[in-house]
Ligand binder design. Structure first.
Ligand code: ZN
Length: 425
């Protein structure tokens, strides 16, 4: 058997394509396989599909292929342009690569498998390619799969801005200098997949989500439950009264809102810390105690707990604020029938605390009253929003080294979108 036959079979090359020759350079660890078509061959028109178009001219092209053992492998061919009676002069499609890609389909499949497991910059180093070329491959397959995605059964959605309120990491600082500070995620709570990644976190994101949902066969009016945090992306400030908040009410008109309970607790924690920061000016013992008050008691070490007990016993404002926070967390342990009465008592206590940050937080709770109590009916929001956050952190790690929101979005879809990638095999 000649080596050209071997490569023809290994690559699955079929007429009119033939393997013309192969060049093997042991020193350079490189294998070059030259393909060609037999003279006088006719091809299908790439645009209308009509068969039997004659070649007009051709262009030499090279594609990187999977390694043959330790040797980098490249395919070369002259790709003909054909004359189609209906469409004019068009470049034909070759069976081993997409138009305008410098990689074979199998090489692209390898790239897609690798970037799901490790950062793109690492993959680029391992296979000695520019990461910009890999990103083009990623965007192609993710966009194709997103185009096909079916959202017709979506009824229950969680939305979050995972980076809101977190201390910026280096990725964020770079991103914010460029003016894209946040992405907002919309997640299917039933099938646990990211449906939509919106740039930014302004009031337009819910509308953008609703449009994207409709574009994928879904119905914004069929969304019955939505779990959101209280950021202005979802409800413009001052319009949060009542069950149906403004931004969400317009775009998802039939959705009942549940407020993410972790987000409420986080806001109350921030108020506790505000009390502590003001009080530490007169009570030096409060300095460096921030995490004692933020953590839940069961997560403290023995030493920290003793320290906290001593501080709590000394009748500080911070201690009072802290007990108001702990009491709020008891809310979610109440049976549903007691929940509203419990929350009313808590509200009375917090608003009579004479601690302005706690009073402000209590009023915020009042404005989101129904959505906070809605949790007792839906019990949505817990695990999945934490899971989303860790997915975004993982996505950021994978996108690091090439910083754009477009890349971050593509990686989030890739690892959390449950897309059907339809990779070549
Ligand atoms: Zn045609």
């Amino acid at each position: 058997m000649r080596d050209t036959d071997l490569f023809r079979m290994a690559l699955g090359i079929e007429p009119p394509w033939v393997v013309k020759k192969s060049e093997f350079d042991a020193a350079a660890k490189r294998l070059d396989i030259h393909l060609d078509f037999t003279k006088g061959s006719r091809f299908a028109c790439p645009q209308c599909g009509v068969a039997g178009c004659p070649a007009y001219d051709s262009e030499d092209k090279t594609w990187r292929h999977l390694k043959f053992f330790q040797h980098e492998a490249y395919l070369h061919a002259r790709v003909p342009r054909v004359t189609c009676k209906g469409c004019g002069i068009k470049q034909v499609l070759v069976p081993w690569a997409r138009p305008d890609s410098g990689f074979t389909l199998l090489f692209e499949a390898l790239v897609m498998a690798m970037v799901q497991a490790m950062p793109v910059a690492v993959v680029a180093r391992m296979i000695d390619e520019w990461d910009t070329r890999l990103w083009r491959v990623i965007h192609h397959y993710v966009e194709k799969a997103r185009d096909r995605a079916d959202h017709s059964d979506v009824t229950s959605v969680a939305a979050a801005c995972p980076r809101a309120g977190q201390r910026p990491d280096p990725w964020d600082e770079t991103a914010s200098r460029r003016g894209h500070n946040y992405v907002s995620l919309f997640v299917d709570l039933v099938r646990r997949r990211v449906l939509f990644v919106a740039e930014g976190k302004d009031a337009g994101t819910v509308d953008a989500f609703a449009k994207d949902l409709a574009a994928h066969g879904g119905n914004p009016e069929a969304v019955a439950e939505v779990c959101i945090d209280m950021s202005p992306a979802f409800i413009p400030t001052g319009q949060a009264r009542g069950l149906k908040a403004h931004g969400t009410a317009q775009s998802l008109p039939n959705a009942q809102i549940t407020f993410d309970k972790f987000h409420v607790v986080k806001l109350i924690n921030e108020a506790v810390d505000e009390v502590r920061r003001a009080e530490q000016k007169s009570h030096a013992e409060l300095k460096k105690s921030r995490y004692l008050w933020l953590k839940n008691p069961r997560n403290l070490s023995e030493r920290q707990r003793t320290q906290l007990d001593n501080l709590s016993a000394s009748n500080l404002k911070t201690g009072r604020a802290y007990r108001i926070r702990l009491a709020f967390q008891e809310l979610h342990l109440q049976p549903a029938r007691n929940a509203e009465a419990f929350l009313r008592k808590w509200y009375w206590w917090a608003t009579h605390s004479r601690l302005p940050p706690m009073i402000g937080t209590a009023r915020m709770v009042k404005r989101h009253w129904n959505g906070i109590l809605r949790w007792f009916h839906t019990k949505i929001a817990n695990g999945i929003l934490e899971a989303i956050n860790s997915l975004v952190q993982a996505a950021k790690a994978k996108a690091r080294g090439y910083r754009s929101t477009r890349n971050l979005k593509a990686i989030i879809y890739l690892i959390a979108g449950k897309l059907e990638l339809a990779l070549p095999t």
